[in-house]
Design a binder for this molecule. Sequence first.
Ligand code: NAD
Length: 340
Amino acid sequence: MENTPKKITVLGAGAWGAVLAGLLARKGHNVLAWDFIPVVVEALDKNRSHPKLPNFVLPDSVRLTSNLREAFDFGAEAVVVVVPSHGLRGLAKEWQTMEVGKLGAPWIICTKGIEEESLLPMTGVVEDVWGSGSAQRIAALSGPTFAAEVARELPTTVCVASSNPELSAYFQNLFITSAFRVYTQDDVIGVEIGAALKNVIAIAAGVCDGLQLGDNARAALITRGLAEITRLGVSMGARPETFSGLTGMGDLVLTCCGNLSRNHSFGILLSHGSTATEAQKKIGMVVEGVRTALSAYHLAKSRGVQMPIVNEIYAVLNDGKSPKDAVRNLMDRAARPERD
Ligand SMILES: NC(=O)c1ccc[n+]([C@@H]2O[C@H](COP(=O)([O-])OP(=O)(O)OC[C@H]3O[C@@H](n4cnc5c(N)ncnc54)[C@H](O)[C@@H]3O)[C@@H](O)[C@H]2O)c1
């Protein structure tokens, strides 16, 4: 394995961006992290810690900036993108403007979501901005990862997905450590649909736990949730088996059962009577499942794919349906075979 230190820019220095910047710096890479909120950058630079990550220490070698031009001029050999899904298109456009006449470094996108307007997954958004052929320099990183556990160097596994096998191998080598095991994948759409949709099912699992519906109900949600995610993914060209892997079942189980999941916590708050806005405020960090519920609802509708759990979460978030009524609707659906 080649271990030459590389210049790496991390775009987005929230919880996940800060932890990935730290991991890469500890591997000896030369890391510059950017965030668009100057106070986030100043606090991270000064304290070398993150308010939501107990005991996390950002290595002194990680440099920080809130100036995107500076992040670009750093001349990174790889760009790790960890901004929220709604910020990705704007960032890809700004980066493209700066790249004119220059050889672009590959991007690895660690954001999980589906863009609301275009209904594209995250790598699709960047390809849409950069144009045909750009898929060769874009990868996605996904899997069952709570930033707080990666920060503590607890054993974690992820997949790097790209249609370009050389790029997957490049990023696998860049990130892998003895605590952070990286697999490669070529089913990019399967990986991204699993990554995005598990956040919606996690909100449903939070509702279920908040209403104290029991372990049977949570197991049912995870299993039927995976069936919905698989149906949608396969309709978009994904391989069914991808959904039983790390970025499908693996991430879904983590997000629905782990008490560090903000989407799950958001669901609990909804079940206790908070509105979506109030719950979002209480969590204080990006809750990707809220936007993804909207995108997934429209995506499923446009493709004629049955997604009853997604539909109910959509109705709770957008039509003011009560979480209890949503559960009742799911249980009262017409009887049907498990596989159809
Ligand atoms: N936290 C985790 O454990 C974890 C694990 C895997 C994947 N992810 C994914 O990583 C992404 C980021 O999550 P996070 O936990 O770091 O979130 P976060 O809320 O901690 O941080 C997001 C950062 O993005 C910045 N930001 C906000 N809006 C922006 C915009 N419009 N343009 C550019 N930057 C913007 C904010 O300043 C903030 O620092 C999400 O898609 C999430 O699903 C998170």
